[in-house]
Design a protein around this ligand. Structure first.
Ligand SMILES: C[S@@+](CC[C@H](N)C(=O)[O-])C[C@H]1O[C@@H](n2cnc3c(N)ncnc32)[C@H](O)[C@@H]1O
Length: 276
């Protein structure tokens, strides 16, 4: 089988709530034509990174296990693959894996744990209780691929030259320079009070955090850094960014109920600095 080189696009190795895979075609025309260093400080599954695979990049997130997973895949690719090959899809193994005290282990073990639970847990969700214990139920699939070795190796190759940080978005991007490009994809402002599932890690992302992000994005844009921000089309987002940034409306196909059976196009926003 032909090997993909690190320059070619890869598929994200994780499923992620709010992942940008389905929106890439709409986002890519808004990327700067050329840029210095690439930053993705709310990395999730890194869909935009894996579709462009820039060599000089900093990926970061506040989810420590997610960060360990990216590092483990980059630095111990063979071990992660070997561990995943030993995994089986059944409820008993899922529950045993889920209960493991994983934070005591190294990056390779955390990566295999994370990828296994992502491929076999309900809807690929990542959710923890107040003690940071992973609590997503077993997922029903006909024959899930737990170890896609070729894609895992391609993702690891794209990560080879990349810095991976466990950091808040502001610290991770504070050194961005004129001509660099930062893509912010934070937990979204809820469209209505009832759709308030914004807590991806034990710490939520509240209104103050949205405000801090806007102020930071503006500081970077004034410095000459190219900035894109994804968010919902809530009025609060227009109020936050409308004056100083350009707003582009994208059409996302999203599940509209908890069973995922109803889907329709929902507007969301791409916020662009006036530096392009
Ligand atoms: C919408 S997801 C990103 C999805 C990603 N773009 C993708 O394509 O899969 C938001 C991410 O922000 C992270 N996060 C939440 N608060 C953060 C903070 N203050 N700084 C950095 N990352 C944060 C969460 O852990 C989560 O991984």
């Amino acid at each position: 089988m032909a090997r993909r080189s690190a320059d070619e696009a890869t598929t994200p190795f994780l499923k992620w709530a709010g992942g940008k895979r389905a929106l890439l075609e709409q986002i890519r025309p808004h990327l700067p034509r050329s840029f210095g260093r690439y930053y993705e400080p709310f990395v999730g599954s890194a869909a935009l990174f894996f579709s462009t695979t820039p060599r000089r990049a900093t990926l970061s997130d506040t989810n420590a296990r997610l960060v360990a997973t990216f590092r483990g895949l980059r630095d111990a690719t063979d071990e992660v693959i070997e561990r995943l090959k030993r995994c089986r899809y059944n409820r008993a193994q899922y529950l045993t894996m889920r209960a493991r005290d994983i934070d005591r282990e190294g990056d390779a073990a955390i990566a295999a744990w994370f990828i296994y639970l992502n491929k076999t847990g309900y809807n690929g969700l990542y959710r923890v209780n107040s003690q940071n214990g992973f609590n997503v139920p077993f997922g029903r699939y006909s024959n899930p691929t737990i170890c896609d070795e070729e894609n895992l190796r391609a993702c690891a190759a794209s990560l080879r030259t990349v810095s991976i940080l466990h950091a808040d978005f502001e610290r991770a991007t504070s050194r961005a320079r004129p001509g660099d490009f930062v893509y912010f994809d934070p937990p979204y402002v809820p469209l209505s009070a009832t759709s308030s599932f914004t807590s991806y890690t034990a710490d939520g992302f509240d209104h103050d955090a949205q405000l801090r992000l806007r102020d930071h994005a503006l500081t970077l844009a004034r410095r000459g850094v190219h900035v894109l921000v994804s968010n919902s089309s809530a009025k609060a987002v227009v109020d936050l960014y409308g004056r100083d940034f350009d707003l582009v409306t994208l059409r996302a196909r999203r599940s509209i109920n908890s069973k995922g059976s109803g889907r329709r196009a929902i507007a969301e926003l791409l916020v662009k600095s006036r530096t392009f």
